[in-house]
Design a protein around this ligand. Structure first.
Ligand SMILES: [Zn+2]
Length: 158
């Protein structure tokens, strides 16, 4: 993806305080292997995702609920289709913009927002439970489309 600057991300989330945003240092970010930029707040309860297309940034603040079920169950990330045997995903939910805080949407996503690394096999812990014979270009397109669809539903992607 195109590289982002701290300033443009802060501008995108102008309603959030610096403490709430907890934007990480971008110096060592490898933009070439990312389809979206995502990070977690140190509290673990908030996450952020940003994409940039045609010089326009779209971003979402997400609430993260970890899956604490005792029994192992397989979970698939809705965005990148990585399949975990247990506890690899978390429920990320967003308030639909313009709904006065009344409507929410949610997806089960890789808990560390590292979908881009997973589809490129840059993190192997844990490996996917159901390997796919799908080309990387297809995985990238599928991931971007899923995130875009989520943003459309959240009303942050016109
Ligand atoms: Zn994922």
């Amino acid at each position: 993806m195109q590289a982002l600057t701290q300033a443009e991300i802060r501008q995108l989330f102008a309603q959030q305080s610096a403490a709430e945003l907890a934007l990480p240092d971008l110096t060592n970010v490898d933009w070439g292997v990312l389809d979206y930029f995502g990070w977690l707040h140190p509290s673990g309860h908030l996450g952020y995702v940003v994409i940039k297309e045609d010089q326009t940034l779209h971003g979402l603040q997400l609430r993260r609920s970890l899956n604490h079920s005792a029994r192992p169950r397989t979970h698939m990330c809705s965005w990148c289709h990585h399949v975990y045997r247990s506890r690899g995903t978390a429920l990320f939910s967003a308030t639909v913009v313009g709904s006065d805080g009344r409507r929410f949407i949610g997806n089960h996503i890789c808990r560390n927002l590292d979908c881009s690394l997973r589809i490129r096999n840059l993190v192997s812990d844990p490996p996917t439970y159901l390997p796919e014979t799908v080309h990387i270009e297809h995985k990238v397109k599928r991931l971007k489309n899923a995130l875009k669809a989520f943003m459309v539903r959240a009303n942050v992607y016109a």
